[in-house]
Every structure is written in C-alpha cells, then in structure tokens.
Write a protein that binds this ligand. Structure first.
Ligand code: IPM
Ligand code: MG
Length: 338
C-alpha cells in the first residue's frame, strides 16, 4: 500500500468513554509503530459533556474536524432523552456522512464465557433510516406517531453490503424483518435485500421475523453468518448477540459509508462507572481492529484480534468478565502483545 498519513478524529465521549478510548489508543500506538503506519490523531469534543458549554452535543468545530479527517474513533456518549432534546451525536454523525452500514461482528472469545464457543456471525444494521428516521411526533395531545421509513434504495444498498460481506465469509445471509405485521414496509425491505442478492451464486439466503430471530440467536447462534436488518431491529439484536458471546463490553462496531467511517463500541456511557478505571475496553479495542481492516491493513487488524485473545486467555479481564484487571491494564497488556 502507498505510504500515506491517516487523519483520525478521536471523540472520547461521556461517562466511561474517555477511559475505554484511552485504552484503545494505547493499542493504536503499538500497532502504528509495529506496522509503520503514519497516523495523526486529533481529539474532538462531542456528547452530553459539551451541551452546557457549546449548546450542542456536536459543536461546529468538531464537525469541521470530522470533515477534515479520514475516519473517526468514537467513545460512547450519553444521549439526551425526552421531547425537544437533541438528536444523539452518534446518529447525527451517521447521517452527516451517510454511514449506511453498521457492522457488528459477534464472535466467541477464548476465556470468555458465552453460550457456546463456536459463534461467529456479523449483524449488518441499516444505519440511515428505518425506525431511526427521526419522524416522531404528537398527532394530538394524546397520540404520538413514530415512523419506520424503508426505502428501496437504502434497502438494496444494505443488501449489497451484506452479500459482499458474506462472500468473504460463509455465504449465508439471513434477512430479519417483521413482515407479518409491517406488511408494506418490511416486505419492501425483504424484497429489496433479496433483489440485491440475486446475482450472488451459491449463497444460502433465508429470513426470520425479528421476534423469532431473538430466540434463535439464543438457541442456535452458531447457525448464523451474516444477519442483515433494519436500524432498530439491528440495535436491539446486537445487544442481545453481544450477551450471547459473553457481554456487551466486548462488542465493537464499524459505521461505514462510501467515503468515511466511524468506529465505536456498541455499549453506552455507563456514567455510574465513570472515572473508576473498571470497565471493559475490549469493545473499543476491537473497533480499532475494524478500523485498520477498513484502512486496508489486514495484518494490523489480525494482530489486534490475536492480542485481545491472548489477554482473555491469560485472564487479563475486567470485572464484567469475571476478572480483576483495570480498564487501563487491559489496554496496556493488549498493546504489549502487539
Ligand atoms: C448503538 C447505540 C446508539 C444507537 C445510541 C447511543 C444512540 O445504542 O450504537 O447501538 O441507538 O444506535
Ligand atoms: Mg444500541
């Protein structure tokens, strides 16, 4: 690959965000020096912590910083709730850069107790519309409406993404929807994804209702390869899937668009643990693996995966996984294995 300097924006976020991000950056430092990768990292402010000072969770200077970089590393942020409150910063960034695919790998890890040890699937969550359309309002004072927006274009696009991913894996795509109730929108979703897969030969394609899928994921998680679904269904299913392999603290995600990407753990900002150096940084560290792979550094990604496995095997684990290591210790240990 041609030598280049990567510009990466870092948004540490709220609550435990700065801690898990710091641990992940230790690993990034180690990877950059081992693989000779040139990277300029610049911190930006975003999240609930900036609302008082800037009046927004995504200040204009942060937007400029994001736009001048190749991709972003994002820690968890606390999302305001209630009528009139701001849209989540994550959702704003996903929309701003049209990061249409939210890719959430779910794998059994050595030394981490999950339901089985042979789980290896990826949830591909449509990231721009569906139940996250933002159409959510009072019709009158006693009635509210939220809309699940499904377009043919976004559904075909996420379908193609899922099939391309499955091509590099076990060539099995499962479409998750609720077509028995949402007869119009979810039929469009399923049909558009199927259409996107028409030209892929030798694939297994099946579909499941979101409710049924929630139990299959517990009963037979080893049977799935790529699961593709609507935004909210993917949000919910990915938390469940993370628990199936041992805990939400270990799960990463990549928000991918055609020209930009953002990498983050799937968990929240857990304010009650903030500043205690106690929570699990593995989700954020594994998001760094996804970042390097997106950049085209497959070996760097592989090195992170191996180093995390090593930490888990040796018992360098945080409390949530039954260990006694600090967040920072896990970061340092993984970095030392690189
Ligand atoms: C996630 C999170 C976000 C989402 C929140 C924090 C806005 O739950 O990335 O899964 O709902 O997408
Ligand atoms: Mg979520």
């Amino acid at each position: 690959m041609k030598a280049r300097v990567w510009k990466v924006t870092v948004l540490p976020g709220d609550g435990i965000g700065p801690e898990v991000t710091q641990a992940a950056l230790e690993v990034v430092d180690a990877v950059n020096s081992r693989f000779g990768i040139d990277m300029e990292l610049a911190d930006g402010k975003a999240g609930l912590n900036c609302i008082r000072k800037y009046g927004t969770n995504l200040p204009a200077q942060t937007v400029r910083l994001l736009k001048s970089s190749d991709c972003a590393i994002k820690g968890p942020m606390t999302t305001p709730e209630g009528k009139g409150s701001e849209t989540s910063a994550a959702v704003k960034i996903r929309r701003m850069f049209d990061l249409y695919a939210n890719v959430r790998p779910v794998r059994s890890m050595p030394g981490v107790r999950g339901l089985r040890d042979d789980i290896d699937l990826v949830i591909v969550r449509e990231n721009t519309e569906g139940m996250y359309s933002g159409i959510d309002f009072m019709v009158d004072k006693n009635t509210a409406v939220s809309a699940m927006v499904i377009t043919r274009k976004a559904s075909e696009r996420i379908g193609k993404f899922a099939f391309e991913l499955a091509k590099k894996r076990r060539k099995h795509v499962t479409i998750v929807h609720k077509g028995n109730i949402l007869k119009i929108s979810n039929e469009l979703l399923r049909k558009s994804i199927e259409k996107a897969g028409k030209s892929y030969r030798g694939f297994k394609v099946d579909d499941a209702h979101i409710d049924a899928m929630s139990q299959w994921l517990i009963k037979n998680p080893q049977d799935y390869d790529v699961i593709v679904t609507e935004n909210l269904f993917g949000d919910i299913l990915s938390d469940e899937a993370a628990m199936v392999v041992g805990g939400i603290g270990t799960s990463p995600s990549a928000n991918i668009g055609s020209r930009y990407a953002m990498f983050e753990p799937i968990h929240g900002s857990a304010p009650k643990y903030a500043g205690q150096d106690r929570v699990n940084p593995v989700g954020t560290i594994m998001a760094m693996k996804m970042m390097y792979e997106w950049m085209g550094y497959e070996r760097a990604g592989g090195a992170i995966h191996k180093a995390v496995d090593m930490a888990m095997k040796k018992g360098v684990k945080t409390h949530d996984l039954g260990g006694s290591s600090r967040c920072s210790e896990v970061g340092k240990y993984v970095a030392s294995c690189i």
